[in-house]
Design a binder for this molecule. Structure first.
Ligand SMILES: [Zn+2]
Length: 412
């Protein structure tokens, strides 16, 4: 090797070195022991379905979190959908201001580069908080954080060119990075597997026609495999790459609810060929969610704050609506339940929080808590003030009167 080349090589390794070991450096707990927060975002968690399961004792882990924390409805926005609301979670600013108005923005599939305002996790990252995120919608292509990020819904790849409600595997992603730092990608492929980024695409109407039992069965099988892998991924990340702040999201609940909601014969769109086949399919998603919560609880100690939130609920179509006029998220599957009701208050999301300084066994009535309030509340836990762009407020009513968090706020 020539001297010049050798020097170039040295220079490269010096330049590249600080970038590469980000992950290797970060797993150690932060020196000043920053607050530990885990957020689990559930796409379309619906109290109407959750409550009977809780009453029957079929969601023991969620019941435990509710019992030891604060729960209630989470007010969403008009015509809510996943990318729209997740971008509000991220920025606490309305869609017109944050730039992500839906699945499509001016005819183009929403992507992280369309986000016009910095997400709250950048603010955490810049303040020295380590951040780990996986499968959060509209985060593709991933941007660097002080930790790691694996993209979620709207990731593009093979057989999923538009990224719309389909699910490329890690190895199939193109058009941008799905994993930051890139070294984490091979590690996950090796240790967890070549997993799908998002929940499976819903079957098309023509696939379903005449093959209902087989299509419903196969699709649900695919969904449960995706769930298994996703749970394995979350567990792997929490175990091997713990971060101060962690944000995971999953989408299968919503996808199943859209076309297999347990509707009655009198509901709009009832089709005995489909809706008698798997009446438990949608509640089963929440039974499976409870296992994910159980796994996460193993990583939750008395110093961890856990939030379980949803961007919106999901409800059956109304008499005035035709399933033939309603397709899933710009797709082709006729649906029997939806969330993009004009009045967002018809489909509130779910809010549950448990942790140090959070009130216990409190149920918040009405809709005072909103999707805009998530970012300011999380920043508040880290004692970082919200920015002027943020329209939400700190959910002070969820904190005990004399918690360390409320004292920090009072002293500011
Ligand atoms: Zn949906």
């Amino acid at each position: 090797m020539s001297k010049k080349l050798y020097r170039l090589g040295l220079l490269f390794s010096v330049l590249a070195f600080p970038m590469l070991p980000l992950l290797a450096q970060n797993p150690q707990p932060a020196p000043a022991s920053k607050p530990h927060v885990i957020v689990l975002g559930v796409n379309g968690a619906e109290w109407d379905i959750l409550k009977p399961l809780l009453v029957r004792g079929e969601m023991p882990n969620l019941a435990r979190v509710i019992q030891h924390g604060v729960s209630g409805k989470l007010r969403t926005v008009s015509a809510p959908n996943c990318p729209k609301v997740y971008s509000i979670f991220a920025t606490s600013a309305p869609s017109e201001e944050n730039g992500i108005t839906g699945f499509l923005v001016a005819g183009v599939v929403a992507s992280s580069s369309m986000l016009k305002l910095p997400p709250f996790w950048s603010r955490l990252s810049n303040s020295g908080v380590t951040v780990g995120m996986a499968n959060v919608p509209a985060t593709f292509p991933v941007k660097p954080v002080n930790g790691y990020m694996i993209s979620g819904m709207l990731t593009r790849g093979t057989n999923c060119e538009d990224g719309l409600l389909c699910s490329p595997k890690l190895s199939e992603v193109h058009g941008g990075d799905a994993v930051y730092p890139s070294t984490l990608r091979s590690e996950i492929e090796l240790k967890v597997g070549d997993l799908p980024i998002d929940c499976a695409r819903m079957p098309q109407e023509r696939e379903l026609l005449g093959h209902e039992p087989a299509v419903v069965h196969d699709w649900l099988e695919q969904v449960s495999q995706i769930r298994e892998q996703q749970m394995k991924l979350f567990d792997y990340l929490l175990t091997n790459h713990p971060t101060d702040f962690t944000f995971f999201a999953q989408s299968c609940e919503d996808r199943v609810g859209h076309w297999l909601y347990p509707i009655q014969t009198y509901n709009v769109g009832y089709n005995p060929k489909v809706h008698t086949l798997a009446v438990d399919a949608f509640p089963n998603q929440y039974r499976a969610l409870d296992k994910v919560i159980g796994m996460i609880l193993q990583h939750v100690d008395e110093n961890t704050t856990l939030f379980i939130i949803s961007d919106h609920g999901i409800k059956p179509l109304r008499d005035i609506e035709s399933p033939f006029a309603h397709r899933d998220h710009a797709g082709t599957t006729p649906i029997i339940a939806k969330h993009d009701f004009e009045d967002g208050d018809d489909v509130p999301g779910v809010f549950v929080a448990m942790g140090p300084g959070i009130r216990k066994g409190v149920h918040v009535m009405g809709l005072p808590m909103s999707v805009f309030d998530i970012a300011p509340t999380i920043l508040h836990i880290y004692d970082i003030p919200a920015t002027a762009q943020m329209k939400g407020r700190v959910l002070s009513e969820i904190f005990e009167a004399s918690s360390p968090t409320t004292e920090a706020a009072a002293n500011r």
